[in-house]
Each structure stands twice: as structure tokens, then as C-alpha cells.
Design a protein around this ligand. Structure first.
Ligand code: HEM
Ligand code: HEM
Length: 193
């Protein structure tokens, strides 16, 4: 393949797959944050509270499954990118690396703390859309508050890091917003003509 038509390394199919799972997971986190804050404020008497909790846990488990796949795709991206040449270790590279590593840490730790909270509260308490999952932590009253505090603080610190990351990617947000505006303007023009 000539130099002129070789695709840019960023646009490899592995990178596209990585970004596809990125947006699916971002949607999961949006549901988890909105649902999580909403459901935990509901009084116990509300009939659908239990259903909301089960749904939250199922999406949380789905996020762990997607994370496992994402790490696998990330390793493919890294192999394709860095097996040929090492990155330039600039301060910007380290900054992005540290932020993305922290995000991966939270994507793992937040749902695990959720499982700790649920398992400590009651055995067989985590279902994946109806399918009861084996417990990873024993039922233990003393650990309920530890799990609750961990899940709470890790979740909201994660949210802080997601906001930092969104600010860092602001250029992309702006480009997408412009693309969306152009698209709606074109639609309006088509409707008029
Ligand atoms: C909802 C939680 C989010 C998490 C946990 C997250 C995490 C990450 C991570 C770890 C990466 C590095 C690539 C990877 O390993 O997947 C990444 C890339 C990226 N994220 Fe997010 N992200 C989130 C939301 C967002 C949002 C809201 C935006 C919108 C601005 C965004 C824009 C991007 C872009 C454009 C890239 C590609 C950067 C590049 O070209 O290297 N992300 N994200
Ligand atoms: C990345 C994945 C997850 C995120 C971002 C997330 C986020 C949240 C948030 C923001 C809350 C509300 C906290 C509050 O304001 O009190 C919450 C509550 C809760 N989450 Fe998650 N969660 C995730 C995964 C999980 C998983 C996997 C489980 C269990 C299997 C779980 C179980 C719970 C429970 C039981 C509560 C209620 C806590 C209470 O009533 O005090 N979460 N979650």
C-alpha cells in the first residue's frame, strides 16, 4: 500500500471498535448515574423501587462485561500502535495516559463496590436481568456501610473525572455539535424545498 492511501493509525478498525464500545458504555454510565441518584432517594414503600435497584445492578454488571471486552480491544489498539514505534513521552501524553488510566480504575472499582454493598446486604442479591449471579463477597452486616460509602464516593469521584475528560475532549464535542447543527439546518432546508 502506498504511503498516500495508508489509513492514519488512529482510524484503524480496532480504534473504531474501541470508540464504539466507548459510546455504549458512556450511555450505560448515564443511565447508572441518573437511575442511581434517583432510586436511592426513593422511600422504601415505593413499589417499583426494587425493580429500579435490579435494573441498576443489571446495567452495572453489563458495564463490567463491556469493560472486559474494552480492555481486550484497547490491548489490540496499543499493540497495533506501539509494536512498531514507541510513543513520544511528552507531558501531554503522560497527562492523557494518567487520566485514561484513572478512568479505567473507576470503571472497575465503582461497580465492584456496588457488588460489595449488595452481597454484604443479602446473599444472591445481584441479578443480571433476572439471572441470579454467584456472590463474590460474603453476606456481612459490618460491610454494608463500607460498601455503601465506597460505592457513593467512588461513583461521584468517577463523575468528576468524567467531567474533566469531557472538558479535555471539548474540541470533539464542539465539532460534533457543529455537525449536528449542519445536519438539522440541511433537514430544515429539505423540508422547505
Ligand atoms: C461517560 C463516561 C466516559 C468514560 C468512562 C470515558 C473514558 C474514555 C477513555 C478511557 C478513553 C480512551 C480510549 C479508550 O480506552 O476507550 C476515551 C476516549 C475518548 N473519549 Fe471518553 N469517556 C467518557 C465519556 C466521554 C464523553 C461524554 C465524551 C465527549 C466529549 C468523550 C469523548 C472521548 C473522545 C473524543 C475520545 C477519543 C480520544 C482519542 O482520540 O484518543 N468521552 N474516553
Ligand atoms: C459503573 C457502574 C455504576 C455506577 C456509575 C453506579 C452509580 C451509582 C450511583 C450514582 C448511586 C447513587 C448513590 C447515592 O446518591 O446515594 C448508586 C447507588 C447504588 N448502586 Fe450503583 N453504580 C454502578 C454499579 C453498580 C453495581 C454493579 C451494583 C450492584 C451490583 C450497584 C448497586 C447500587 C446500590 C445497591 C445502590 C443504592 C445505594 C443506597 O441505597 O444507598 N451499582 N450507584
Amino acid at each position: 500500500m502506498s504511503q498516500a492511501i495508508r489509513p492514519k493509525p488512529r482510524l484503524t478498525s480496532a480504534f473504531q471498535r474501541l470508540m464504539s464500545v466507548h459510546w455504549w458504555m458512556a450511555l450505560c454510565y448515564l443511565i447508572l448515574f441518573i437511575g442511581g441518584t434517583g432510586m436511592s432517594q426513593l422511600p422504601r414503600e415505593v413499589t417499583f423501587r426494587g425493580m429500579l435497584y435490579d435494573f441498576h445492578k443489571s446495567i452495572g454488571i453489563l458495564s463490567i462485561a463491556l469493560l472486559t471486552w474494552r480492555i481486550f480491544v484497547l490491548l489490540q489498539v496499543w499493540w497495533k500502535k506501539y509494536s512498531k514505534r514507541w510513543p513520544k513521552f511528552t507531558p501531554k501524553w503522560w497527562q492523557t495516559f494518567a487520566l485514561h488510566t484513572a478512568l479505567y480504575g473507576f470503571m472497575w472499582a465503582v461497580p465492584i463496590a456496588g457488588v460489595l454493598l449488595s452481597n454484604s446486604f443479602k446473599a444472591n442479591n445481584v441479578k443480571f436481568f433476572g439471572l441470579v449471579l454467584p456472590d463474590i463477597f460474603p453476606q456481612d452486616k459490618a460491610m454494608i456501610d463500607v460498601g455503601r460509602n465506597l460505592h457513593f464516593w467512588l461513583a461521584y469521584t468517577f463523575l468528576g473525572f468524567v467531567i474533566l475528560h469531557t472538558i479535555a475532549q471539548w474540541k470533539v464535542v464542539r465539532a460534533n455539535w457543529r455537525r449536528f447543527q449542519n445536519f438539522t439546518a440541511q433537514l430544515k432546508q429539505q423540508q422547505r424545498s
